[in-house]
Design a protein around this ligand. Structure first.
Ligand SMILES: [Zn+2]
Length: 276
């Protein structure tokens, strides 16, 4: 599932269509669209601003309309310089292409989705404020300071690091991949409880969170299975994973076999020697 670095990469790629106008829309899977009369409301609207909100992609239009796209498991937003809505191309389309935004200057913005869990919605700016409030602190928000990070994780003393990092109501955007990679970077066992962490370890975890997410954005995300950027290309962080998906393999630092544990139904990976 795309996490913060993958969604940020897509958002960065989509900046090119800011200022463009939506002149057409097509969908063969309207169940994914939460808003009613979506097409009618977005036609002729100019794209003012595109940003990330947690794992949501927010496309601000004129007239107080905001498109909210969530990639969920396998959604992909891909820019195609051609007008995909042209009859011939639509006929030959991939069977996973479910929505197309036709743009005045930049061809088409295609929404592909294999598993069909991805969603589209059209909301007001007030709703965006409400969504923002319901989410945990974003690691790239100016308020994501060491003090605030400490306060946030301290509210869950009896929980383990992995589940706290993944708790979207506390910290927004971290999923299973980075919640394994961050504790490895910090050399802390992800199964430990927050209450057991020293002040130095909390600081190390904080710095590792920013370091790993920043590096992952720089490398354009992790493509283990379906994730692709808005150019349809793979990210590069999968070549830098140290523990995620590496159970039974040797740790690159110490040769110890990487362990896998299941926490809250999700696989968690760590090196029992490097991560104490
Ligand atoms: Zn190790």
């Amino acid at each position: 599932m795309p996490e913060l670095p993958e969604v940020q990469t897509v958002v960065n790629d989509l900046q090119i269509i800011t200022g463009d106008t939506i002149i057409g829309f097509w969908s063969d899977f309207k169940k994914a669209i939460k808003a009613t009369t979506f097409e009618k409301k977005i036609l002729g609207e100019k794209i003012k601003h595109i940003k990330r909100l947690g794992k949501n992609i927010i496309v601000e239009l004129e007239h107080r309309k905001v498109i909210v796209a969530h990639l969920k498991m396998t959604g992909k937003l891909i820019l195609n310089p051609n007008n995909t809505l042209a009859a011939k191309r639509l006929e030959d389309r991939s069977k996973h292409l479910h929505h197309i935004f036709c743009l005045k200057k930049h061809g088409s913005l295609e929404f592909h989705d294999i598993r069909k869990f991805a969603t589209l919605d059209l909301v007001t700016p007030e709703k965006i404020i409400e969504i923002t409030r319901s989410k945990g602190l974003d690691p790239f928000d100016k308020n994501f300071t060491l003090q605030n990070f400490t306060d946030i994780i301290s509210s869950k003393q009896d929980k383990n690091i992995k589940s706290v990092l993944m708790n979207q109501a506390l910290i927004s955007g971290i999923g299973n991949i980075y919640a394994s990679e961050i504790p490895y970077e910090a050399q802390i066992n992800p199964l430990r409880k927050i209450a057991d962490l020293s002040k130095d370890e909390v600081e190390c975890l904080y710095k590792s969170t920013l370091k790993i997410l920043t590096k992952a954005i720089k490398l354009r995300g992790t493509s283990i299975s379906d994730y692709r950027d808005a150019k349809g290309e793979k990210g590069g962080f999968q070549h830098h994973l140290k523990v995620y998906g590496k159970a039974g393999k040797k740790c690159a630092k110490c040769d110890t076999i990487i362990m896998k544990n299941i926490i809250e139904q999700r696989s968690t990976f760590h090196c029992p020697t490097c991560q104490l």
